[in-house]
Design a binder for this molecule. Sequence first.
Ligand code: ADP
Ligand code: MG
Length: 229
Amino acid sequence: MSAEPLVIAQNLCASYGEGDLRVPVLEDASFTVPRGAITAITGPSGSGKTTLLSLVGALDHPTSGRLIVDGEELTAMSRAALANFRRRRVGFVFQAFNLLPTLTVTENVEAGLEPLGLRRSEARRTAEAALDAVGMLELKGRFPHELSGGEQQRVAVARACAKEPPLLLADEPTGNLDEEAGERVLDLIVGSNWAANGDRSVMIVTHDPSVADRAHSVLTLHAHRIDPA
Ligand code: ADP
Ligand code: MG
């Protein structure tokens, strides 16, 4: 584990709207995430969990504060640089899977590899290796609507991780799954050393107490603030 944390967040604030209509959604969030660590994020609905992930994942700039991810100061980047950073260095897994419906399983994972600019044959090989790791290689030719929710989410995990990003962000990844399918997805994300391998850090929003047990640290949000540990 390298000494420099993967994520350094200092006094992050986020709000929506302007002037009198301004609604704060995240206030003064400061934390670090070491390389290779799993961080669980919990808190009631509307407390700012998704907002926090979207800042760390370079989807959005904070209103104020400082954010450094993988050695890059996101808060100093242009929109274009932010998008480029996100495509290369962040993998996302969403509650609703978000696979592209017109692409096969393999093509969905290949789409996640696009930012790397691999040759076609290498992209195929890399995608299939990721599908094998999540137990989905046999169904590689199917379309998303031909898969169960759990299967779709395992493909989404493969898509997020195939490019080997240093940071994997998962936002309630088991929220739409039954217990058994959810457990299998969690095993991939926080349990099996596949997603959380080597230097890769994982930040996962979840209400599942078993994830908090397996995480290296837990950030609890309440009314837009991180609870003191
Ligand atoms: P959580 O993921 O913990 O449920 P969110 O980060 O999604 O919370 O949202 C925090 C607050 O920000 C909520 O009150 C939500 O209504 C508000 N919010 C989120 N996105 C927007 C937006 N684009 N415009 C205005 N308010 C928003
Ligand atoms: Mg949310």
